[in-house]
Design a protein around this ligand. Structure first.
Ligand code: SF4
Length: 97
């Protein structure tokens, strides 16, 4: 790899890392509103604040994100919204680990 190409590669790599980091921060910081049950996506995915599915809830779903509130967390499927730890939707997927 020539010097120019290596420099370009490093520039691109560091820009990507910053973008990914900022993306993570913005997902958390923008997620301020509790998900409304009337939200069209929530309705389509049959989201509820209290799961009726044995052992399945937002707290143990692979799509839930870390958040500051102990009860309401960001979800990858509902940008800028918070879902309840006890909630559930049809996109539920077992969290690894
Ligand atoms: S995908 Fe559904 S079950 Fe999983 S965290 Fe989001 S709202 Fe909860």
């Amino acid at each position: 790899m020539s010097k120019f190409n290596r420099r370009s590669f490093l520039k691109l790599s560091s820009t990507s890392v910053i973008g990914i980091t900022l993306g993570g921060i913005s997902l958390k910081s923008l997620a301020a509103e509790k998900l409304d049950l009337d939200d069209p996506t929530a309705k389509a995915l049959k989201y509820v604040h209290k799961s009726a599915e044995e052992g399945k809830n937002c707290a143990n779903c692979a799509h839930v994100q870390a958040g500051d509130d102990p009860e309401w967390k960001p979800c990858a499927l509902f940008p800028n919204k918070l879902v309840n730890n006890n909630g559930w939707c049809s996109a539920w997927m077992q969290k690894a680990g």
